[in-house]
Design a binder for this molecule. Structure first.
Ligand code: AKG
Ligand code: MN
Length: 192
């Protein structure tokens, strides 16, 4: 698996349109509050955490109990597993974080998806729907310039081995953008 791999047309436009509409209206989008430098703020986007019941996850200091799989999202997870088959063994995605950005003002700050529940070398598969916005990457040690990866409607971006360890990513605010939904599929190590 290459570190970053993009498939621009995982979903044809009409399928991506239908999925965007379905997720926008059928999910119970949440806007949790997070504490940053001692002050509470609502996150600048909405989200739904979904997956197997035992795939619990701590994210920015909060414990998330996943919503049950929406059938369309479960189908998409299978579709991704199929697209990744050429690379050999693919983890079973047992959870997904869905992010909904109503406009270009909504965003996600710099981070790596490196929570211990994701294991040493996580493989994260991100599907983008709606307004095309770049995901910006920067090296943790600043050894090379930051760069953008463009995420078209219906595309898949896989962040493979080394990406979370060496890079951070962010969805920066931009003027003139419409709704965008991303689905970041993950494999959480379940501890009993
Ligand atoms: O919306 C995006 O493409 C980025 C989402 C992301 O980084 C995440 O869910 O961890
Ligand atoms: Mn991320």
């Amino acid at each position: 698996m290459p570190p970053l791999w993009r498939h621009d047309t995982l979903l044809a436009t009409d399928k991506a349109d239908r999925l965007l509409d379905c997720l926008e209206h059928e999910l119970d989008w949440q806007q949790p509050r997070l504490t940053l430098f001692g002050r509470e703020h609502p996150i600048p986007r909405r989200q739904v955490w979904m997956g197997d019941r035992e795939a619990r996850y701590r994210y920015s200091g909060h414990d998330f109990v996943p919503e049950p799989w929406h059938p369309e999202v479960a189908r998409l997870a299978e579709r991704i597993a199929h697209a990744l088959h050429t690379f050999g063994e693919v983890p079973r995605f047992n959870s997904v974080l869905l992010n909904r950005y109503a406009s270009g003002a909504e965003r996600m700050g710099w981070h790596s998806d490196d929570e211990p529940e994701l294991g040493q070398e996580p493989l994260i598969a991100a599907v983008s729907l709606g307004s095309e916005r770049p995901l910006r990457f920067r090296w943790r040690d600043r050894r090379a310039p930051a760069f953008n990866v463009s995420l078209p409607h219906g595309s898949l971006l896989v962040m493979g081995p080394g990406v979370q360890r060496q890079l951070q990513h962010a969805l920066l605010p931009r003027t003139g953008h419409d709704i965008r939904i991303s689905l970041t599929f993950r494999h959480i190590i379940v501890r009993h």
